[in-house]
Design a protein around this ligand. Structure first.
Ligand code: PQQ
Length: 244
């Protein structure tokens, strides 16, 4: 890309990437939201997704560690407390564990990440490393998948409540809270990228960062599909659902 884009054109290109390759299109999500998975497969999803949840505050801490702009740190810090909690506010990771408890998984086993798929571990760590190593505006841009998260969260809340008798309203609390948190965070990050990516190279970096992040998300679902749907190729050491 040689031409500099206006901030509006940059936003258009970012939205086009999301529309084309966000993980709402993944076959595993279609099965999950459509009630086509059994409890063991939903357990596998929640257990693997815990790795992503627990990596998010680590990548946000990595971003802040390299940020010399106090205003940006003041804005970014709530992302860490949103997940880790603070004072009486339990935080998103605790709400995720309410979901895995509700699915009958042992908390210590979930937190240990021992049953996670190898691809999950590699993908989430690649996200932490990307944020640590790339430019600040690329690091911010890699969070922009969240622009597309509210609609998948809505679909998940209604789809899972309707289709699974082992899912109740209280275990979906994590996603309900994200419906307000994600748009606030995504809009801030989008404005930051529009204001701060002002050369063709920086704009290309922002677009590539979003593409990279869609790959981080997609790879995790590919791994779940291969291991727990078809052909059922569970790697040694990974979580094995009860036969029941
Ligand atoms: O359920 C989802 O599909 C989904 C997607 C994403 C995303 O697009 O990265 C996030 C979340 N959920 C989420 O709950 C969350 O806290 C979150 C933080 C981030 C980020 O990159 O900083 N993405 C996401």
């Amino acid at each position: 890309m040689t031409k500099i884009l206006s901030p509006e054109e940059l936003e258009e290109e970012l939205r086009a990437i999301g529309a084309a390759q966000y993980h709402d299109k993944h076959p595993f999500h279609k099965l999950l939201h459509g009630g086509k998975l059994n409890k063991g497969q939903v357990q596998a999803w929640a257990l693997n997704r815990y790795c992503y949840q627990s990596a998010v505050p680590r990548k946000d801490a990595a971003l802040m560690s390299r940020c010399h702009d106090r205003d940006l740190r003041r804005e970014w810090i709530h992302r860490i407390t949103d997940h880790d909690g603070q004072g009486d506010e339990e935080g998103g990771i605790e709400r995720w564990l309410v979901l895995t408890d509700g699915l009958g998984l042992d908390r210590d086993y979930v937190i240990s990440r021992k049953g996670a798929l190898p691809e999950t571990v590699f993908a989430v760590e690649a996200y932490v490393n990307f944020v640590r190593d790339k430019t600040l505006v690329e690091a911010v841009a890699s969070s922009l998948t969240e622009l597309f998260a509210p609609s998948i969260h809505k679909e998940r809340i209604s789809g899972m409540l309707e289709n699974y008798d082992f899912i109740s309203d209280d275990v979906m609390a994590y996603f309900k809270r994200r419906l307000t948190q994600a748009p606030r965070d995504a809009n801030f990050a989008l404005e930051y990228c529009k204001q701060n990516a002002r050369t063709p190279e920086a704009q290309q970096g922002v677009l590539d960062a979003l593409r990279f992040k869609t790959h981080v998300l997609w790879a995790q679902l590919d791994a779940l599909y291969l291991a727990y749907v078809d052909p059922g190729m569970i790697p040694p050491g990974a979580f094995v659902p009860d036969a029941a």
